[in-house]
Design a protein around this ligand. Structure first.
Ligand code: PEP
Ligand code: MN
Length: 340
């Protein structure tokens, strides 16, 4: 249920309404909007006595949340959320750009990439230290040593670090080094991992599973929000279709669709979404034109030598050119892009 407080409601009225929500066995979640406060009362709405909320002093109206996801729903919070983590801002008319290699491979590689993407206007550095690979024989990442190298790159460039966590047991460790935890496509429905990320102080970038529906994806986000972490960004990274010319199919309509249904910002991933470096610039521009709040792009000093995803990674010059194209589209859309 959404308990909408009157704009004249006092702090005491709000505290009373929260206590009433709790006494009904529902979990209160307070959202302070610019106009007025709403309380999300999450739980089984079929319980008796719910009407009593309407008679609480200071309460304007009580409405059901129709969407299956509650805290993520724009019914609850119509204003889009803006997520900030260090140098990265995503949403609110600003397109955040996260760039860097698929995997951290060495200090030289990650530090050189951090400086290069920063020079082209990126807002944050990506790089996987724990890699979920399709084959157990592929490079699995540098693990904690990779996290340390990401922290070194952040120290030198001030770029926020976005890096993947693949297991609930690693959330604490990765949170020590990261600004944003990435939950990968393969783990979108790893509910214990989502709950653990919900308890982390870091923001979370939740990738869509390649076979997940949008409702399943938003319910996965709901796990993180319900565990107490409000700083969730969605990431559309392409879905599996019959098409084999691209690695996945990047559904651009996800951006405006998700923005109608949730307040969470959406970041598009044209690298995994196409699987071909040559397609990344056009799909980056198209994503911004479709209203995406951010981009995540794989960039490598020497894509031919990359230990993972080299075929879809841009080199430094290609990234600089891509950013220049994206700046033009962002300006045409009255939005800002990249480093603030
Ligand atoms: C990645 O970002 O390198 C990655 C593994 O992505 P995904 O989970 O979308 O496949
Ligand atoms: Mn990758």
């Amino acid at each position: 249920m959404i308990v909408v407080m009157k704009h004249t409601a006092t702090k005491e009225n709000i505290d009373d309404a929260i206590a009433r929500v709790e006494s009904l066995g529902l979990k209160p979640n307070v959202i302070e909007g610019s106009e007025r406060t709403v309380i999300a009362a999450v739980g089984d709405e079929r319980i008796a006595g719910i009407e009593s909320l309407e008679s609480c002093p200071g309460v304007d109206e009580v409405m059901p949340i129709v969407a299956p996801y509650k805290l993520a729903s724009s019914e609850l919070k119509p204003e889009p959320s803006v997520i900030t983590a260090g140098s990265l801002t995503v949403g609110g008319g600003h397109v955040g750009v996260i760039a860097g290699p698929c995997s951290v491979e060495s200090e030289d590689q990650i530090v050189a990439t951090a400086f290069a993407v920063k020079k082209s206007g990126a807002s944050a550095l990506r790089g996987g230290a724990f890699k979920p690979r399709t084959s157990p024989y592929s490079f699995q990442g540098m693990k904690e040593e990779g996290l340390k190298l990401l922290a070194t790159a952040r120290d030198q460039t001030d770029l926020a670090v976005v890096t993947e966590v693949v297991s609930p047991d690693d959330v604490e460790l990765v949170s020590k080094y990261a600004d944003v935890l990435q939950i990968g496509a393969r783990n979108m429905q790893n509910y214990r991992l989502l709950e653990a990320a919900g308890k982390s102080p870091c923001a979370v970038l939740l990738k869509r599973g390649p076979s997940a529906t949008i409702d399943e994806w938003l319910l996965a986000a709901e796990y993180i929000l319900d565990a107490g972490n409000p700083n969730v960004m969605l990431c559309e990274r392409g879905i599996r279709t019959f098409e084999s010319h691209t690695r996945f199919t990047l559904p651009l309509a996800s951006a405006p669709y998700v923005q109608e249904r949730t307040h969470l910002p959406i970041v598009m991933d044209p690298s995994h979404g196409t699987g071909h470096a040559s397609l990344v610039p056009a799909m980056s521009r198209a994503s911004i034109a479709a209203g995406a709040d951010g981009l995540i792009i794989e960039v490598h000093p020497n894509p031919d030598k990359a230990l993972s995803d080299g075929y879809q990674s841009l080199n430094f010059d290609q990234f600089a050119e891509t950013m220049a194209g994206c700046q033009k589209i962002a300006a045409a859309m009255d939005r800002t892009l990249g480093a603030l």
